[in-house]
Design a protein around this ligand. Sequence first.
Ligand SMILES: Cc1cc2nc3c(=O)[nH]c(=O)nc-3n(C[C@H](O)[C@H](O)[C@H](O)COP(=O)(O)OP(=O)(O)OC[C@H]3O[C@@H](n4cnc5c(N)ncnc54)[C@H](O)[C@@H]3O)c2cc1C
Length: 265
Amino acid sequence: MYDFNYKRASSVDDATASVAEADEGKFVAGGMTLLPTLKQRLAQPSDLVDLADLGDLVGITVNDSTVTIGAMTPHAVVNASADVQKAIPALAKLAGLIGDPMVRNRGTIGGSISNNDPAADYPSAVVGLGATVHTNKREIAGDDFFVGLFETALEEDELVTKVVFPVPDKAAYMKFPNPASRYAIVGTFVSQGPQGTRVAVTGAGSHVFRQSDMEAALEANFASEAVENIKQDDSDLNTDIHASAEYRAHLVTIMAKRAVAEANG
Ligand SMILES: Cc1cc2nc3c(=O)[nH]c(=O)nc-3n(C[C@H](O)[C@H](O)[C@H](O)COP(=O)(O)OP(=O)(O)OC[C@H]3O[C@@H](n4cnc5c(N)ncnc54)[C@H](O)[C@@H]3O)c2cc1C
């Protein structure tokens, strides 16, 4: 680990100003990704600005049409929320599939989507439900938020404050997890509701993407038979020690089929 300055922010304005003023400032949320990265000397920020005291960024609000989750809300809280379980059970389930109990108790939704790991689970829900990401500066449509490998639409000193998920008519998430980390080798989130029919795939490519052939088929017939013969093109998919691009493409279809079956009850 390299030396850095450490500060606990007292407000959103204090946090964003501190990062803006630093040579290379970084927010720390749960630290589940950032701290291992620092320990391995893969990053050398000049300043860490801790969001731990920003209680306003923790919490869940549910009404008839939306579920709003504060950026600093840990995955375990989303998973255990009776309100989320009732409004968007697929979202509560997804949060419970992330990592292990320690990761779920420390890791936050804001940290997860800002980090944009290609195998992270939450990006598939943000895109798969057509959510909106709120920051200290603006509102960003989920479809525009994830722009590349570990890359988002956020500016350096821009802080995610909350994510607003529209309540769907039906939704489900299925993932084929890496047996060690639980990260998604492939995860597929499907939904039908106010944001149309959506199929969002994580783990397979450089970042989450929508599977438009499956969306069109499900728009006509929201049944698992509608997607079971749709093949995912593997030319842009990831190959690594865990799975080939060809295998990931196969899993996209299988996970989509299972997700639709679950969404239909
Ligand atoms: C062993 C292990 C297993 C895991 N398994 C999974 C898994 O199965 N599925 C999965 O999805 N994830 C998994 N994760 C990741 C984990 O779920 C966390 O969500 C992730 O590490 C980031 O969240 P965090 O709150 O810890 O963020 P941090 O590590 O604190 O920060 C991550 C990045 O986001 C930035 N950031 C943090 N908060 C904000 C904000 N509000 N606004 C703007 N930028 C911000 C930070 O500056 C940093 O660049 C795993 C992690 C570990 C260590």
